[in-house]
Design a protein around this ligand. Structure first.
Ligand SMILES: [Zn+2]
Length: 537
């Protein structure tokens, strides 16, 4: 059983903020994916979580049971007067997850309670929620540290929770530092010593880089309830990554983790969806679902993968909804270039010899381009070799003036010459910097023919200075990411001069937008530019 705590423990991660709407979106998605439990938050700690449970009551959940999280009652309170327990019950969540102290250090130093008082707090709190008809999951906080400090006491806390009616006992490695072999030994000892008819669970953090390994070792030792978060989001180094755990359990350990009929093919999409809602850049190196998880760059790997897929892949990427990707770069050979071209929907036969394409890529990359992050430029490279291709415009000249006077703001002015449909346009525009001015001037000229460019925006602009060989000047690579309502794409330019590199990347970006949008030059709007009569550059 997978118990997701992205919405509660995951939001403890630095830089991760989820609105109420975000939380509901993610919860619905987890439900669709087949998760057994979705922990929505801690209603005793903040009003947003109270609102979440209120909204969740109005949703029909198909697979997931919604869990509310909170602590045991305060030392001095009776359960029915304890605000935290009241908030848990008031949430209306069918599952209540109560965490209690297993480690005497925390009992005496943090709570200021006696060992016996803590056992009573655990028992009372669980019993109170059970009596209200809730399923109670008991999270034994700091269990492994507590076990090392006082085994008998740590076991006594679990017994107290079980006797009060908890349905699952979850062993938490809250500080995340336990080594895998020790963790497995402790789990086995707990299960065999207590001999309780219960479901054991595991909740680990990744502080020693072992969260996934420890969760799987716990499963091997008899645990059947695994807590974690999507993409491993969480406090400090994060929680156990349920995306990896799900794939490992299903593909490597052959254990069913979700209701039958659900498969893993939505895993990559799920991971990216949650990243997008959380506004976190997806980690390209994430196991199974990262964009690079099945990417092959080296020519030898690429050629071998094209022949026998599993020669450099541990599983078929389609099983987790990911895909094999041969990265186009100077390290890749003919096969990489051909495969990627075909994946992008371009037939090379009769157009461009794959060997020639690969040679072209290698030469351009040697000059500083990089097609890895700029597939739109790679596609254009192929498209321009096709006999039926007519470029929507041709870049001719540009001039850029940059001025700063008397401490005033920097200003830039660009003049560009572009040819469209046999006509040379000459326009000028201002900008807050040289690249912005170039972009403005170029659009001003092209917009007269292609009004659809109004919907195209530059969203990111990256510059890298590449180390020059001893004899040559350093080159600059510019990567531009653009977007329209329908798509986002990246283009590249490289030159010894940053403005010239930007000019290429800008030109590619707009050309790509027009090509993909199948744009035809419309009647030009005279207001936008001045023409050079009979002009030719
Ligand atoms: Zn945690």
């Amino acid at each position: 059983m997978l118990y997701d705590t992205t919405l509660r423990d995951g939001t403890q991660g630095e830089g991760l903020v989820l609105s109420l709407a975000d939380k509901l979106k993610i919860a619905r998605r987890l439900d669709e994916a087949g998760f057994s439990y979705v922990e929505g938050g801690w209603p005793g700690s903040n009003p947003k979580d109270v609102d979440f449970f209120e909204a969740a009551r109005g949703v029909t959940w198909r697979h997931a049971r919604i869990a509310a999280f909170g602590s045991t009652r305060h030392r001095a309170n009776r359960p029915e007067q304890d605000p935290n327990l009241q908030a848990l019950v008031a949430s209306g969540a069918p599952v209540v997850t109560i965490f209690g102290k297993s480690w005497l250090l925390h009992v005496t130093e943090v709570l200021g309670a006696t060992p016996a008082e803590n056992l009573a707090m655990i028992g009372d709190s669980v019993a109170y929620c059970r009596a209200d008809g809730r399923e109670v999951v008991y999270d034994a906080e700091h269990f492994f540290d507590g076990y090392r400090a006082d085994r008998a006491y740590a076991l006594a806390t679990l017994r107290a929770a079980h006797e009060a009616g908890a349905t699952s006992l979850v062993l938490c490695d809250t500080n995340g530092g336990t080594m895998t072999d020790e963790l497995a030994t402790i789990v086995q000892d707990v299960i065999s010593t207590l001999e309780l008819p219960t479901t054991y669970g595991i909740h680990v953090h990744d502080d020693a880089g072992l969260a996934v390994a420890n969760s799987l070792a716990a499963v091997r030792s008899g645990v059947r309830h695994v807590q974690g978060t999507i993409n491993g989001y969480g406090e400090r180094c994060g929680n156990a990554n349920l995306v990896t755990i799900w794939a490992d359990l299903a593909l490597k350990m052959d254990l069913p983790t979700v209701p039958p009929g659900r498969d893993l093919q939505g895993l990559t999409e799920l991971s990216r969806y949650v990243a997008e809602v959380a506004n976190v850049t997806p980690d390209p190196y994430q196991p199974y679902v990262g964009a690079s998880a099945f990417a092959h760059k080296g020519g030898v790997h690429g050629a071998a993968t094209a022949k026998v897929r599993h020669s450099y892949q541990h599983v078929d990427p389609a099983r987790v909804g990911n895909e094999t990707r041969l990265v186009v770069s100077e390290l890749g050979g003919r096969v990489n270039a051909q495969w990627r071209a075909e994946q992008l929907g371009h037939r090379l036969e009769g157009v461009l010899d794959p060997r020639e394409l690969s040679g072209l890529v290698k030469r351009l990359e040697a000059e500083g381009a990089s097609f890895e992050g700029a597939e739109a430029s790679f596609e254009l490279l192929i498209r321009r070799h096709q006999p039926d291709y007519r470029a929507p415009f041709r870049l001719l000249d540009f001039t850029v003036l940059v001025e700063q006077r008397d401490g005033a703001e920097l200003r830039a002015e660009a003049t560009v010459k572009v040819e469209v449909d046999g006509e040379v346009l000459h326009t000028a525009a201002d900008g807050n910097g040289p690249v912005n001015a170039l972009d403005q001037a170029l659009r001003k000229a092209l917009r007269a023919f292609y009004p659809e460019l109004d919907a195209v925006h530059l969203v990111d602009y990256k510059v890298r200075i590449l180390d020059g060989e001893a004899a040559t000047a350093a080159r600059t690579r510019v990567l531009i990411e653009s977007s329209s309502p329908a798509a986002t794409w990246s283009t590249v330019g490289s030159d010894t001069n940053i403005i010239a590199a930007s000019w290429q990347a800008l030109g590619d970006s707009l050309e790509y937008a027009l090509w993909k949008g199948d744009a035809r030059p419309s009647r030009r709007d005279e207001r936008h530019f001045t023409t050079i009569p009979g002009g030719r550059a």
